[in-house]
Design a protein around this ligand. Structure first.
Ligand SMILES: C[S@@+](CC[C@H](N)C(=O)[O-])C[C@H]1O[C@@H](n2cnc3c(N)ncnc32)[C@H](O)[C@@H]1O
Length: 267
């Protein structure tokens, strides 16, 4: 049984980095008019009230979105992401944090669609309340890795897949590897984003993935950020976003974002 609930972590520095990268990649893909299918294999409940007990427990958002909230960053990716988060807080006070499904829905154009997958029954109920009546959203309330076999290739030939697991299970990496292998066979030119934690006592294990998946280096972009000490959360010292087939026009901005991260987040 899954015990992880993202509400305890919403808006932390890892969410900020992940969601800023997500927004930048979606924007780059949307420079072309043809519709896109977005798949969120590990959706979570999608919207978080920061006054709720879960978010208040460790207040991880304080060193994440709370830190950025009043800033006007020069970096265009961070500025764009912050504007999107602010649109969920019309009072001007930081009250809500949008998860990846809400961010994606905010970015959907008329001809885009999205698929949300989630395994935890409580999070499934929230997704159902929040997206059940939206015709552009398909809910697949089950295993996100299995769902990829059903939803790829996307109907119009363009798609992005976000893989953002909770890493609760030892065999997570094996499942992900197998799912990506199958997904790339069905949809080789899709854009894939994979979030992963950097842990103090654990080497990141994505290094082997390009070889395992037979990917040329130019199709692989591994962005890693080390959090400054005041932003570290337990064993998590930073995080990474690995991208397969990153849109060319997003690449330079994302490289810059990851490079500048530690410097730019300091007050
Ligand atoms: C890190 S959270 C997702 C956060 C979300 N992507 C966001 O950025 O707002 C991971 C979620 O995946 C769910 N989950 C875990 N294993 C899963 C699986 N095999 N398939 C679908 N969902 C899964 C968990 O219940 C949890 O809600």
């Amino acid at each position: 049984m899954l015990s992880y609930r993202h509400a305890y972590h919403a808006g932390n520095p890892a969410d900020v980095f992940k969601h800023a990268v997500l927004v930048a990649v979606v924007r780059a893909m949307q420079e072309k008019p043809r519709g896109i299918q977005f798949v969120d294999t590990h959706a979570g409940p999608a919207l978080y009230r920061l006054a709720d007990a879960e978010a208040q427990k460790n207040r991880e958002y304080d060193v994440g979105i709370g830190h950025w909230w009043s800033q006007q960053p020069d970096d265009p990716i961070m500025a764009d992401y912050l504007e999107l988060v602010r649109s969920f807080n019309p009072s001007g006070r930081l009250e809500c944090y949008p998860g990846s499904p809400m961010i994606l829905r905010q970015l959907l154009r008329r001809n885009d669609r999205m698929v949300l997958c989630e395994l935890h029954p409580a999070e499934q109920r929230k997704l159902h309340q929040r997206f059940g009546d939206d015709a552009r959203v398909e809910l697949r309330l089950g295993d996100g890795y299995q769902a990829l076999r059903k939803v790829l290739p996307p109907p119009g030939g363009r798609g992005l897949v976000l893989i953002d697991p909770s890493y609760e299970r030892k065999d997570e990496w094996d499942d992900m590897h197998r799912a990506l292998q199958a997904a790339l066979q069905r949809f080789a030119h899709g854009v894939y984003l994979i979030w992963y934690p950097l842990l103090a006592d654990h080497a990141a294990s994505l290094d082997a993935l390009p070889n395992l998946l037979n990917l040329d280096q130019e199709r692989w972009l591994d962005l890693r950020v080390e959090f400054p000490p005041e932003q570290r959360l337990g064993r998590m010292t930073g995080c990474g976003m690995a991208l397969i087939n990153c849109p060319f026009r997003a690449r330079a901005g994302l490289d810059r974002l990851a490079r500048d991260w530690s410097g730019s987040v300091r007050p």
